[in-house]
Write a protein that binds this ligand. Sequence first.
Ligand code: CP
Ligand code: NVA
Length: 297
Amino acid sequence: MTKRNFLSLLDLNPSELKSLINRAIELKKAPITNNFAGKVLGMIFEKSSTRTRISFEAGMAQMGGSAIFLSPRDTQLGRGEPIEDSARVISSMVDIIMVRTFEHAKIKTFAKHSSVPVINALTDALHPCQLLADIQTYTEQRGSIEGKTVTWVGDGNNMCQSYINAAKQFDFELRIACPTGFEPRSDFVEANKDRVSISNDPQAAVKNSDLVVTDVWASMGQEQEQNERVKAFANFQVNHELMGLAAKDALFMHCLPAHRGQEVSSELLEDPNYSVVWAEAENRLHAQKALMELLLN
Ligand code: CP
Ligand code: NVA
């Protein structure tokens, strides 16, 4: 059987994604299994993480497997051992690998040389695992996301680009409101222009939306642009005033960590009538267990 990777939502077909979400909801109700007995997950992190590390590590433990945390600081990856060589060696000793890195090309090279499935745990281009948790959360709270309207407010970053792929795979309309110069990559938009639109008017974009999503204005690796970005994004905060324009039962999501008072107001983040960010974070655990099950089988 050929090995499968999950570098992007496009690596699974819509029906596999639907089953995965259902399985995640099921696993949430019965979290302890022995399905990964003897299996080992390698976890390569070149950027910081709270949710991703804990959810993968706890997920393996709950399903009878184990995980090894690998940081460039204490592996040869950080001293320049080629990715190709690292992929061959690491994959000869573990059953599945997740990678959080900068350039998307790096995870593609890694996956090409790995003999076991590779999961994208965030690159500069995409964060597909977060989308599994987001779709699970929407489904649990409001039912299927198919045919709904989702608005992304803020930076056209890795999360925004993952939402573009999600719009295609889960069949919803995506409106993106971002400042000029901070749009998502044009090839993502171009490939999905039947369901994705871009503007720099958050008020108009959010109107009657079923889900409003945002993320930090400066992603990991862009810390030196923070001040410049705070100015450029000043009119793109998601708060009660903006959410008031969305549909009556609209939800708010943010992958976290959040900067209260910047991309989201503290009041909105803490308002359980709109904000489902804590369930969204927890669902990383359940969704990734379902993902690893699919890839390991
Ligand atoms: N949302 C998310 O991926 O969080 P971490 O950076 O804490 O893993
Ligand atoms: N866009 C953010 C997501 C963090 C989970 C980043 O890349 O830093």
